[in-house]
Design a protein around this ligand. Structure first.
Ligand SMILES: *[C@@H]1O[C@H](CO)[C@@H](O)[C@H](O)[C@H]1NC(C)=O
Ligand SMILES: *[C@@H]1O[C@H](CO)[C@@H](O)[C@H](O)[C@H]1NC(C)=O
Length: 339
């Protein structure tokens, strides 16, 4: 397998770190302390991962690592919270069923969740020679546009993508909307956050303006940060694998040739892929890890078993049906597809 192979190549000794680790599901709930603090229910339902200090409201002055007693992530000093919307399948009779998640390659036994990366350079740069400044306590951000329904609206963001998995190792091509044909290995969605910080604000009104993309190219091509946002931070990157395999029978798909999947807020195009982040690493553990030579397997960090990760959960606050067939998406959303 690719990752084991890479780790055994002593020739490519890393200079700094690339972290790649699984986080199990903490809770599926209609809460969003970043975009809709105080609202339970928030407008749409999410899958949330990370530390159990997660709550409906999370004041930026909250000492997250001090309040949390466990995390659903493999690195046990990471009490951050990571979340995305969830996916549904829309049947021909108009009802919806939630699509569950699969663990990524190498992470069997982890319940749902996603794979999280913190990188200094591109994914397949095994040396990771660049320098990054880790996020600070109180830092949070969002990327994407819940209202995007066209390709040009989605292109405002770099690298919010879908991959139609032929198998668990498929990574290309990456597209900006839902795959148009059944995917034998499920659908992977990826969320890459901007990497250039203004150096001052831990958040901003739209939760994006304190961050920017590189001035040219991408993080992975080494593009420089713009003068307005000069501080180069890690590339935070989520991979989520949706187990669409139970819904791959073409006879169950719409007769007009369109695809049947929909985000939990009603987007049937896929262009509104988005993600949320609240930093919560203990002390300087993230900076320390980023400054230590390691690729994927990082001995400077404490790790825990899949069993311990799966055990860290919080109670769902908004009680509603999430596993049965439902006539509307939680919050009353209905799917809207491309005209
Ligand atoms: C969430 O906030 C409520 C209200 O402040 C509090 O009672 C509860 O203990 C908090 N839960 C967690 C997991 O921190
Ligand atoms: C709608 O279709 C799904 C998938 O075929 C099926 O499982 C479900 O029972 C149907 N619901 C109703 C109300 O007919």
């Amino acid at each position: 397998m690719k990752w084991g192979f890479v780790a055994s190549l002593g020739l490519l000794a890393p200079v700094n770190a690339l972290l790649r680790f699984p986080c199990a599901q903490l809770v599926i709930d209609r809460r969003d302390p970043l975009v809709n603090p105080g609202s339970a229910p928030s407008p749409h339902i999410h899958q949330i991962l990370g530390g159990n200090a997660f709550n409906t409201t999370m004041d930026p002055s909250k000492d997250i690592p001090a309040e949390a007693t466990c995390t659903s992530c493999e690195f046990s000093e990471d009490f951050s919270n990571y979340w995305t919307a969830i996916l549904y399948f829309k049947a021909k009779n108009g009802t919806y069923k939630r699509v569950t998640q699969l663990p990524n390659a190498g992470f069997n036994g982890v319940n749902g969740g996603m794979t999280v990366y913190y990188m200094q350079d591109g994914l397949y740069n095994f040396q990771q020679t660049s320098k990054v400044t880790a996020f600070k306590p109180g830092f949070r951000m969002y990327i994407g546009d819940v209202n995007a329904r066209t390709k040009s609206q989605a292109e405002r963001f770099r690298q919010l993508t879908f991959t139609c998995l032929q198998n668990i190792g498929t990574r290309d091509p990456q597209i900006l909307d839902f795959p148009s044909t059944p995917c034998p290995g499920g659908i992977m969605t990826a969320v890459r956050f901007p990497t250039c910080w203004d150096g001052v604000n831990l958040d901003s009104p739209d939760h994006m303006a304190h961050m920017a993309y590189p001035e040219s190219g991408t993080f992975e091509t080494g593009g420089p940060c713009p003068a307005s946002h000069p501080v180069r931070m890690p590339q935070l990157f989520y991979e989520v694998i949706w187990d669409t395999r139970p819904f791959n029978n073409k006879d169950d798909w719409p007769e007009d040739g369109s695809q049947p999947f929909v985000w939990s807020f009603g987007d049937g195009t896929g262009y509104a892929n988005h993600g949320d982040y609240i930093f919560g690493w203990k002390d300087d553990s993230l900076q320390r890890a980023m400054d230590s030579p390691c690729y994927v397997s990082c001995p400077t960090l404490k790790t825990q078993s899949a069993e311990a990760m799966n055990k860290c959960t919080v109670d769902r606050v908004v009680k509603e049906e999430i596993d049965d067939w439902v006539t509307t998406l939680p919050g009353g959303h209905v799917a809207s597809y491309r005209k």
